[in-house]
Write a protein that binds this ligand. Sequence first.
Ligand code: ADP
Ligand code: GN1
Ligand code: MG
Length: 362
Amino acid sequence: MEFNIAEISKGFALDGVFVTAQRFGTGHINDTFKMSTDKQTYILQRINTAIFRQPEQLMDNFVRVSRHIEGKIAAEKIANPATRRRFLQVVMSHSGQPFFVDTDGNFWRCYIFVDEARTYDVLEKAEQAFAAAKAFGAFQNDLADMPGRLNETIANFHNTPSRFADLKAAAAADKCGRLKDVQPELDFIMAREAEYSLLLNELAAGNVFERTTHNDTKLNNVLIDDLTGEGICVIDLDTVMPGLPHYDFGDMVRTGTSPAPEDELDLSKVGMRFEMFEALLRGFLSTAGNFLNAREKELLPFSGKLITLEIGMRFLTDYLSGDVYFKIHREHHNLDRCRTQIKLAQSIEQQFDAMRKLCDSL
Ligand code: ADP
Ligand code: GN1
Ligand code: MG
């Protein structure tokens, strides 16, 4: 879908006059543009309202979270021009709202582009894994004392048993006649059913606790500073809401440990690199270690496997349902993505004892 960005940009209180815009990033959900005026660079995003059905509530979360983090940074008294790069600065519309609705009813939001930093779909070195995990851990830590409870932008987002039920329903419906092609993948996921409720059982038993979490800690949702290599700014705040710390750590393992992209076709390239897992664990514990209890820490390795399987089942569900949720760029894209998740989960299973031992030793 194409949009008249010059026109849409007029909805926001920008600094300068519109010069240019182009599509940006590799996200699966929103439409993202990098946009420049003669004075400033911005990110302009169309919120996917088929998925986020209450965009006003979502933007309310967004503003609360970024202001809270801004307050933390100010409290640290870091009088340094770099501080403004450490949180998303939302640009208001001319009517003072954190979004703008265009004439077609599309919801747009805008924030300042963070320069001299980038995201990585595949991490290149362990230092990046450490930096990214440290930033996501700090994000959870910063939000620990935020007043009130955030709106749930997507219900049951990381409820794995509910995701599993969705998969079974999609397989039973077999809307596109694709079930016959996915039996090995489905069998793999079915065989692990007993594990899917483990975290929720621990929550119900009072062993682990709900906190405000990011819930989409794909490694390309943190900006890594070009100069220092630090995780400078956590982005993609659509799913920040009540959750378990494990959802965030698990998704980092899913996206930060394999040397191949999420949609790699050559499955021999997919696997969990232990040194990346170790760097993620050390990085996360360096900022989240002080608020996690012993049982929560013990469950971190398991979360890597769980979230990998959970996202694998979501890709498979979408494939069976006719690719209605995740953006696809080729035929069978969601099935290809599901297969990498299964291969990665296998690799995690093979190294699980060593992962647990490392975690116990830290
Ligand atoms: P999606 O929900 O579709 O994943 P994101 O909010 O993650 O959308 O944005 C997509 C990409 O745009 C990110 O992966 C990142 O590369 C880039 N991006 C987003 N916000 C900023 C920002 N403030 N500064 C620089 N780049 C950004
Ligand atoms: C989506 O928006 P993006 O591309 O960062 C998805 C995540 C999945 C991820 C899989 C709101 O994340 O839950 O883990 O794709 N976001 C939403 O790559 O569903
Ligand atoms: Mg993203």
